[in-house]
Ligand binder design. Structure first.
Ligand code: FES
Ligand code: FES
Length: 176
């Protein structure tokens, strides 16, 4: 008799969650194949399965930006993204933005230089959104930066420093 322990090959019991799936996710250059409940958010998988706690769970409803990461270099809210959706795609978190033991990313350094944080809870999401904002071409003026960073909330009100940091880092990032 053959007994299977692979949930993906079994019928889902009545009342139980759906069978697991095994997406292959590339996170900060490392490939992971994880058996997941298909309802798992990317944020929960990053934090609870991979131990990458840089992305924060502020609201878990797409309203604060604290969970911002990049997928294929585009910013996304990881709390609203199913982990199975990123099968075969490249995820970058704040932990992968600059090399371990290497120099900080220019945006990280600019946040330090401009005191663009207080408690720091929103900061990983702010920095990931800020990097994307620059690459999208939306960091040419303070008003534009405020508009395109408006999805990232800061309860400490560090907005003046955040805008200044983005203005400072943008030219170097774009090679000006
Ligand atoms: S935790 Fe994702 S937007 Fe707030
Ligand atoms: S620095 Fe505290 S929430 Fe932004």
């Amino acid at each position: 008799m053959t007994v299977t322990t692979d949930l993906s090959e079994t019928e889902t019991p009545r009342g139980a969650g759906p069978a697991s799936m095994s997406p292959r996710i590339l996170v900060n250059g490392a490939s992971h194949e994880l058996a997941l409940d298909p309802r798992s958010s990317l944020l929960d998988v990053l934090r609870e399965r991979l131990g990458l706690t840089g992305a924060k769970k502020g609201c878990d409803h797409g309203q604060c930006g604290a969970c911002t990461v990049h997928i294929d270099a585009r910013r996304v809210l990881s709390c609203l993204t199913l982990a199975v959706q990123v099968d075969g795609r490249a995820v970058t978190t704040i932990e992968g933005l600059s090399p371990v033991d290497g120099e900080l990313h220019p945006m990280q350094q600019a946040f330090i230089d401009h005191d663009a944080l207080q408690c720091g809870y929103c900061t990983p999401g702010q920095i990931m959104a800020a990097v994307a904002c620059v690459h999208e071409g939306h960091a040419t003026a303070p008003d534009e930066i405020r508009e395109y960073m408006s999805g990232n909330l800061c309860r400490c009100g560090a907005y003046v420093g955040i805008v200044a940091a983005i203005q400072d880092a943008a030219p170097g990032m774009l090679g000006d």
